[in-house]
Design a protein around this ligand. Structure first.
Ligand SMILES: [Zn+2]
Ligand SMILES: [Zn+2]
Length: 140
């Protein structure tokens, strides 16, 4: 908790129960939940928290780079407590999002330098496929 207090202080953020709840939940999961999922999960402990409040808390946390917003397509926003650069893969069947680990895509920034007139700072690579669970269900 102390840690969180200093993080928020550093970002000059007021430590509201809503922000703490959203931030902590995202730190505790690798599921890359949507705002609706976060809302449903937090409702158990915070029955008075509205979806609008969740959206506001998410927006603030993204702005100060405490969490990242990932757009897997079609305005389908997911949230990630891991703000280090990494890629994602989404299942086209059930919609779940996983991290792609063990491959570094920052070298791509160097690769495209010659193709564009930009100073390349970052990239977002998304992969799409069918997850193990969905593959298993298909064969049964
Ligand atoms: Zn799936
Ligand atoms: Zn991630």
């Amino acid at each position: 908790m102390n840690n969180l207090t200093s993080i928020f202080k550093e970002k000059k953020l007021k430590l509201t129960p809503q922000r703490i709840a959203v931030y902590k939940y995202l730190q505790s999961t690798k599921e890359h939940p949507s705002a609706e999922t976060i809302y449903k999960t937090l409702q158990v402990d915070y029955p008075t928290m509205s979806l609008a409040t969740i959206y506001k808390a998410l927006k603030t946390l993204v702005e100060v780079n405490l969490i990242q917003e990932i757009n897997v397509g079609e305005g389908n926003f997911r949230y990630d407590g891991n703000t280090s650069p990494h890629s994602h893969i989404q299942c086209l069947h059930c919609g779940k999002v996983n991290d792609v680990e063990g491959v570094c895509f920052t070298s791509l920034n160097d690769k495209i330098k010659d193709c564009v007139d930009y100073e390349v700072i970052s990239n977002q690579v998304y992969f799409y496929g069918i997850c193990k669970d969905c593959l298993k269900n298909k064969t049964h």
